[in-house]
Design a protein around this ligand. Sequence first.
Ligand code: PLP
Length: 390
Amino acid sequence: MDYATRMSRLGTETAFEVLARAQALERQGRDVVHLEIGEPDFDTPRHIRDAAVRALDEGWTHYGPSAGLAELRETIAEDVSRTRGIAAQADHVVVTPGGKPILFFSLMALLDEGDEAVYPNPGFPIYESVIRFLGAKPVPLRLREENGWAFDPDELDRLLTPRTKVLILNSPHNPTGGVLSRAMLDRVAEAARRHDFYILSDEIYSRLVFEGEARSPASYPGLQERTIVLDGFSKTYAMTGWRLGYGVMETGLAKHVARLMTNCNSCTTSFVQRAGIAALRGPQDEVERMVAEFKRRRARLVGGLNELPGVSCRMPGGAFYAFPNITGTGMTSQAMADGLLDEAGVAVLSGTSFGAFGEGYVRISSANSFANLEKALERMHDFLSARVRA
Ligand code: PLP
């Protein structure tokens, strides 16, 4: 078959491939601890599930507006206005099946062939994949462990050109857990005004911040107009399989993104959107409980990683990942990920799954029970002790 050439430019997310490999080993009777996938291991809170069932019974089973149900858009606008300190209105909001389509649709609406988009590397692999797919030029912005997993702002300045259309930021960050400081955002704000680009601010982990705050670039004077805030329900409310996310952006772009929704999905599932209203308006104590549990696991995981031979790990400020430096083991990231899965029964991701600058690291998700994290640390210790001289 002669497939479209653009398909050769589309990448993927290796987490799903590693999950499939781990499951194949399990089918052969092997025991595997899953630390590869980025999804909360908690159940969706009861009152949100009840709201969905109620919505089904009430007949929320039909098409709705492409941009989302008016009541959910209003609720999101209120929530984002409060949490980011901005004045968002319902017509700035587009609701989509998960946060991912906001990435795809907003880049599709903004990038022409030959435009440049700067994105974090290591970073969520879908950024580079979509930029490339659209025929634009992906420009990697290196995140540096020694900068607390921020970029070097002078390096950002050097990468910006008259063709820079979009800068993608992700804070708290996948895979490093880094949270962008106010000083760094000040530099971004300055650069955005000078160079006139959009900021796609992926804030999907906005509620998973363990110390201080993660500021949104949208909260800077004059930046709300040029910032697309991406957020959703997957991580905050343990709703990955429901597929519910949203973007907040200037109204002209919101209309284009809604038209892409009309062309692609028609709308987001109506009863799921009703559950989204219950999630935002209802009690938040379960979210707080999940965040507290992730914080407890973070301390155990990072403490344990720092005791492994050849491994060192910074304390992540947010999200539910650790991104340890493994260069002291003498192994490449891929060899480490393969060895841990095949020989030790621990599934993690190679840092290179997040771009070339992820070499020397692996990503470990703490979306598994405390007991399983301890089991994984023990297995990693045995695996590395046999290979690395202290
Ligand atoms: N952005 C980042 C950085 C992520 O890690 C993910 C999910 O893993 C997403 C966006 C997409 O989340 P969803 O489409 O489930 O809302």
